[in-house]
Design a protein around this ligand. Sequence first.
Ligand code: HEM
Length: 130
Amino acid sequence: MSDSGKTYTTDDLKANGTRKSMYLLLHKKVYDVTKFMDDHPGGDEVIVAEAGQDATDAFEDVGHSDDARELLVDYYLGEFDDTKATAKKATSGAAKAANSAVASGSSLMYFLPLTGLVAFFAWQHYSGSA
Ligand code: HEM
């Protein structure tokens, strides 16, 4: 197991999705299975099919044995870094907040003159009847 602390992104997965160099993403961890592919009892095709994406569901659906899970240790590269996706979510959250601020600002823009107008007519009504 490596403890270099290096993290891998979706770009890394996409750049290493061929038989020459194959990274696999399982449970937020990245594995280099380039050498293992040929020895995989399930064949290399199924691994190629998971290239560049999260293979966790496919891996779990098969119901791999404990022996299979122990093999993973040998191919561990590092943790998966999904902060890019998180950053996108944060930006859209901030954008939403900004939008709603603008929306409430504009409704105030209509509300204030309207209050003034109502006050004006009320004043006219009462001063006229006095
Ligand atoms: C590094 C990742 C993987 C390792 C170490 C691994 C290991 C193994 C091992 C040891 C077996 C034999 C049965 C067992 O012990 O459970 C197996 C079977 C199998 N694996 Fe994987 N596997 C990996 C990834 C995947 C992925 C991503 C798929 C995608 C669908 C997959 C599909 C299969 C299938 C379909 C079999 C059954 C083969 C059969 O019994 O005919 N494996 N795998």
